[in-house]
Write a protein that binds this ligand. Structure first.
Ligand SMILES: Nc1nc2c(c(=O)[nH]1)N[C@H]1C(S)=C(S)[C@@H](COP(=O)(O)OP(=O)(O)OC[C@H]3O[C@@H](n4cnc5c(=O)[nH]c(N)nc54)[C@H](O)[C@@H]3O)O[C@H]1N2
Ligand SMILES: Nc1nc2c(c(=O)[nH]1)N[C@H]1C(S)=C(S)[C@@H](COP(=O)(O)OP(=O)(O)OC[C@H]3O[C@@H](n4cnc5c(=O)[nH]c(N)nc54)[C@H](O)[C@@H]3O)O[C@H]1N2
Ligand SMILES: [Mo]
Length: 793
């Protein structure tokens, strides 16, 4: 067994001084100016703005600084001083920009003017808003609505999202995929199937009461660091954390609260997880089955006494399918459980013992459960585990999926959904006097499939970086160019803006931190967090450019230019006063959004309720469903010699496709992101050396060539047969049809690959694009840009 020092790792705590240094290393002295601190102080406060990073809830009793390292980075990123202006686009053609790394694109700063791509010159050039709206409206009128996709990335507020979805339906389609389709759609579909609620059941009070947290594949330290505060409080009062994750994530090991002076002075962290199980990726069904076997054994023994381990009353009264599930678990043998999970019987017993010893347990999960071929089976198994002891719908218990984008859950709530049955279409029909489309729209995977066969012809993107985020990137980039219309509403330049259809537009918008002035004055917007609480958010910063429009105004502008006039549809009035849009939301969803305008600034947000939290099960059987997993692995491929399970991960210095910097501090990884993380024992078996350059090749047996070259072998603590690499660099390896079977969420966490050592470059050449020269390598007959260190010419 390799020892720890052979592998990249980090000994410091999450949080602490490292967090402050992490911010400073990216934003330098800029970050702690009084004006910036004043802005950060307003983050996640009732009278301030909702963080644009993650969807972690904002507490009622907030800290003076209610932001984390990564929330601060996200805020500073939006407030950057550089501007990406028309002169920049005049200087650089789109083809040239395509050879730039993503990092350099976003470094150009905030977009300032509406721009149109000119295919003749291959440059973006400025246009007026009026011309942009009119031309895009004309294209939309020409296209068949069913061939157009309206994608939303999860940031735009409830008001804009409601109008975006309304626009789609008035225009004539339900093609409303959301970043959620790549993320927690497994939750929306899989959790709903078993407990009747598409979202988590936990609320803030539950965190304070629970005795144990079971974590499955959620990286709190990087992706929702504010969660570390209630977790730390819980640990300090004696609650336990048990973690299942192939990677030892620092935040779930040790944490120093940067807001606690005593902790900062001593740099003494709190030990977070009492047990950390490095399950193989794809191995959670097996791991939970093992724990359930122990729970049944414990219950068998207990039946002789009086105190049962199972909550038999709850199971009898509230659940369905228990006997079949029990039989399945009992008949599964230990060898298979150990093989698939990569964990020993003893380790699983230790974990089950914690579960049994605690009366109130919360289960937490993230992408580690959702992004697999059998992701919904993962969710089903996770819920089985909670149901055994009645750990849903009781104070201090529940299911806690941690959502991604700051308003991704809310966008679904107010109608951005490709599933018409989730939207009150009859009410919309009545309110706006039209006949909404009733056929199912395309989700992310189906939008991509449609594009490949030429059925999708138009794409409007409300934020995001779709081309970079989806699977099979190289194949999809080619398909993308066949689009007839491509409209991107964005704050910063990214890769998706450079892969252009025939008519391509880049429409710059205000960020959430900026002041949004409309006819009735300064506007606020609302977002929904992971606990289903709705918060108002008001931006005060001076906009990055005087030419920016709000997202809502852009959506309204496009809609007005596309649709026939309708006396019940009042785009100008709604743009002038967002409270009128909130009135529409309240009218559409009265049970959840009544008195919306009056309640939006309630500290901690207002809760829109959750049936499963009250033990009302809106499932087919009317009860919480036990499901019997048909398999122990969510990977979807056989294990075989030379095939590895690649899990794609986020570094501490990124927000999805936005790369802030090159330090993955909490994993002890610094420098270029083109790495292959692999255990030293697996390295030896494969004859690989540290620092060697290798390629990864797709191993999906579907006849499609997939590869990523130029990866540096880096020893890292991974389970056997499992390797790691960064998202989005690894996306060309993810097959589009390798997705969760129920929700079509891509299986980004278990990608079948092989490792091949790379031949030396067969040639190095200098190429010029305009006034820039690029050094390129060629190997295997493919040309790759060398980091475009540019010689001005
Ligand atoms: N700073 C920052 N914050 C973010 C984001 C960001 O990029 N940066 N992204 C936002 C978005 S959109 C989302 S969806 C969330 C994502 O937040 P998370 O849900 O935390 O997602 P990931 O970081 O992709 O992966 C989660 C963890 O799953 C583990 N894992 C992988 N495979 C398995 C498995 O098979 N089983 C188990 N048990 N674990 C596994 C990985 O090692 C990793 O620690 O974060 C949001 N917040
Ligand atoms: N391999 C792999 N692939 C993955 C994942 C993975 O774990 N592994 N995770 C998946 C997940 S969970 C998600 S959510 C998707 C993310 O997919 P997306 O949501 O599509 O991507 P982002 O990187 O969040 O989008 C960043 C861009 O959004 C724009 N932007 C930023 N702020 C705003 C704003 O306020 N308004 C507007 N209009 N635009 C703005 C900027 O131009 C920025 O470049 O990726 C998915 N892809
Ligand atoms: Mo996400």
């Amino acid at each position: 067994m390799a020892d720890k020092d052979e592998m990249a790792h980090y000994d410091g705590p999450a949080g602490g001084w490292g967090a402050l240094k992490g911010i400073a290393s990216i934003f330098g002295k800029e970050w702690n100016k009084p004006s910036v601190i004043a802005t950060l102080m307003r983050q996640n406060k009732p009278d301030g703005f909702a963080c644009i990073s993650c969807a972690w809830p904002k507490p009622t009793d907030h800290h003076p600084f209610e932001f984390c390292e990564n929330g601060a980075k996200a805020t500073l990123w939006e407030l950057t001083t550089p501007r990406c202006e028309p002169e920049f686009f005049a200087k650089h053609s789109v083809s040239e920009l395509k050879s730039w790394p993503d990092y350099d694109l976003e470094q150009q700063g905030r977009l300032t003017h509406p721009m149109r791509h000119d295919p003749e010159t291959d440059h973006y050039g400025p246009v007026s808003w009026e011309d942009a709206f009119e031309a895009i409206g004309a294209e939309l009128k020409r296209l068949d609505p069913k061939s157009v996709i309206f994608y939303a990335s999860g940031r735009a507020g409830l008001e804009c999202s409601y109008l975006f979805a309304l626009f789609a339906r008035l225009y004539g389609h339900n093609n409303l995929p959301d970043s959620s389709n790549m993320c927690h759609e497994t939750t929306s579909v899989g959790l709903k199937k078993v407990i009747g609620s598409p979202v988590g059941t936990v609320i803030w009070d539950d965190l304070q009461e629970t005795e144990a947290f079971f974590f499955f594949g959620q990286n709190t330290g990087c992706n929702s660091p504010r969660f570390l505060h209630p977790l730390q409080d819980a640990v300090k009062r004696g609650a336990k954390i048990v973690t299942f994750n192939p990677v030892r994530e620092r935040g779930l090991e040790t944490f120093v609260n940067p807001q606690n002076v005593a902790e900062m002075l001593t740099d003494q962290g709190t030990e977070m997880s009492c047990q950390y199980h490095q399950v193989r990726n794809g191995g959670d069904i097996a791991a939970i089955t093992g724990m359930c076997k122990h729970i049944f054994d414990g219950d068998d023994a207990a039946q002789k006494d009086s105190k049962r381990v199972l909550d038999v009353d709850f199971i009898a009264q509230h659940t369905h399918g228990f006997e079949k599930f029990e039989q399945r678990v009992r008949s599964t043998n230990w060898e298979d459980v150990e093989q698939e999970s990569g964990l020993t019987r003893q380790a699983l017993k230790d974990a089950a013992d914690v579960y049994i010893s605690c009366d109130k347990v919360i289960g937490v999960y993230g992408m580690g459960l959702t992004q697999h071929k059998y992701g919904a089976d993962n969710i089903g198994m996770f819920v089985n585990f909670l149901l055994l002891r009645g750990n849903i719908g009781r104070p201090g218990t529940g299911a806690c999926p941690v959502r991604g984008h700051s308003n991704v859950q809310g966008q679904r709530t107010v109608g951005i959904s490709e599933k018409p049955e989730l939207v009150p279409l009859d009410r919309l029909a009545e309110m706006f006097g039209f006949d909404p489309p009733r056929d199912k729209g395309r989700n992310t995977v189906e939008a991509c499939e449609g594009m490949k066969v030429g059925k999708v012809k138009g794409f409007i993107s409300l934020g995001g970086n779709f081309v970079r985020a989806i699977p099979d990137r190289e194949i999809m980039e080619q398909a993308w160019e066949s689009l007839e219309l491509d409209v991107q509403i964005a704050t910063k330049l990214n890769r998706s803006h450079l892969i252009n259809g025939r008519s391509a537009w880049l429409l710059p918008c205000l960020g959430r931190i900026e002041e949004d002035l409309q006819e009735s004055g300064r506007q606020s917007i609302c977002v929904e967090d992971s606990f289903s609480c709705i918060h108002g958010s008001t931006g005060l910063e001076k906009p990055a450019s005087e030419h920016l429009k709000s997202e809502l105004a852009i959506v309204a502008g496009l809609a007005k230019a596309t649709l026939l006039p309708n006396p019940k549809v009042k785009w100008d009035e709604w743009t002038g006063d967002y409270s009128k849009v909130r009135d529409l939301i309240a009218k559409t969803y009265p049970n959840e959004f009544y008195d919306f305008n009056a309640r939006m600034f309630q500290p901690g947000g207002f809760w829109r309720g959750n049936s499963a939290h009250e033990r009302i099960w809106k499932t087919q059987s009317g009860k919480a469903e036990f499901t019997s997993p048909e398999r122990l692995s969510s990977f979807g491929f056989e294990d075989r010699q030379g095939r590895y399970r690649l899990l794609t991960m986020r570094s501490n210095d990124q927000f999805n496709t936005t790369i802030y910097g090159f330090s993955d501090r909490l994993r002890g990884l610094e420098g270029p992101r083109e790495v292959l993380l692999i255990h030293p024992d697996d390295m030896k078996k494969a004859g690989l050396e540290q620092g060697q350059r290798v390629s990864l090749i797709g191993d999906a047996d579907d006849g499609i060539d997939r590869r990523v070259d130029g990866l540096t072998v880096t020893p890292f603590n991974m389970p056997p047969g499992c390797i790691g690499g960064y998202y989005p660099e690894m996306n060309p390896l993810v097959p589009l049809d390798h997705h969760d079977q129920l929700s079509k969420t891509p299986a980004y966490k278990s990608v079948p690959v092989r490792i091949v050592s790379q031949r030396r470059a067969t040639g190095i050449m200098l190429r010029s694009t305009g006034d820039r020269y690029h050094i390129e390598y060629e190997w295997y007959g493919r040309t790759k840009p060398f980091k475009p260190e540019v010689l001005e010419g």
